[in-house]
Design a protein around this ligand. Structure first.
Ligand code: GLP
Length: 249
């Protein structure tokens, strides 16, 4: 299902509301969380809404999608740092309920396996939030990742390194590898919300709309999911065919 809004603000308010509704209905929900510039206004809206109508987050559990290898939690470009700054420092979620892949783990293979198992042990993800890379990656699952993958180490594609280098003042610090939840982990979420905003996402959203389910385009795996919402602003939806725009609510 597509939801298309005029502005980033509306996209973010809608997405934040979906998260709030989930937590209200299910205080012990397990949320899969994403990073990236798309999610910043979503988390800001979530915090705003919670200031107006406080919500009990003491039973929530979160699992983040991915993390760079080689960056500590204190590195300003690590996803751990991002999550603390944009969400975790502002919400009361018990620390032991917050999970992020550890980019400094010395036994990375077993840490990856443990991460997917920890999600399963919690009964799976109730709601997974996703952004999308300009090459169609979800999490850091780059093109041609197996759709049955679990949490694993990835070598970042040239495109992703170019896209994400914008966040690093010193470009040489941009990592070459990352840990990501696998596509199978993501697909097992009971509900998925994919968010894309801005003109830089219009081409990939048009490709995704046209694409068959194909490992060359990781986000196309989502087309087999029974409870997927794709939330776009007008700019990200600009190259979608008219028929898709008309059926969007
Ligand atoms: C990164 C993350 C993805 C995210 C993507 C889009 O590569 N690993 O999870 O979806 O960037 O980021 P942005 O929202 O900044 O465009």
């Amino acid at each position: 299902m597509y939801k298309i809004f005029n502005t980033v603000d509306e996209v973010s308010r809608y997405t934040a509301q979906r998260l709030l509704d989930k937590v209200r209905a299910m205080p012990a929900a397990v949320l899969g969380l994403a990073t990236g510039s798309t999610m910043e206004p979503v988390y800001a809206q979530l915090i705003n809404a919670m200031q107006l109508a406080p919500l009990d987050t003491a039973q929530l559990t979160t699992f983040n999608l991915d993390e760079y290898i080689g960056l500590s939690a204190e590195h300003p470009q690590s996803y751990h740092y991002y999550m603390c700054k944009n969400l975790f420092n502002l919400l009361q979620i018990p620390a032991h309920n917050i999970h992020l892949p550890n980019g400094l783990n010395s036994n990375i293979e077993s840490a990856c396996q443990a991460y997917s198992k920890a999600i399963q042990a919690k009964g799976g993800l109730d709601l997974q939030l996703l952004g999308i890379g300009s090459n169609g990656h979800i999490g850091f699952n780059e093109p041609h990742t197996c759709f049955n993958s679990r949490t694993h180490v990835v070598e970042l594609s040239e495109q992703t390194r170019i896209d994400n280098a914008r966040f690093f003042t010193d470009k040489s610090e941009m990592p070459t590898h990352a840990i990501t939840m696998g596509i199978q982990d993501i697909l097992e979420a009971k509900e998925i919300i994919l968010v894309a905003t801005g003109p830089n996402k219009s081409e990939i959203m048009a490709q995704l709309f046209d694409s068959p389910i194909d490992e060359a385009l990781p986000a196309s795996a989502l087309k087999q999911h029974p409870n997927l919402t794709i939330v776009l602003d007008r700019e990200a939806a600009a190259l979608l065919p008219q028929s898709a725009l008309q059926s969007a609510v």
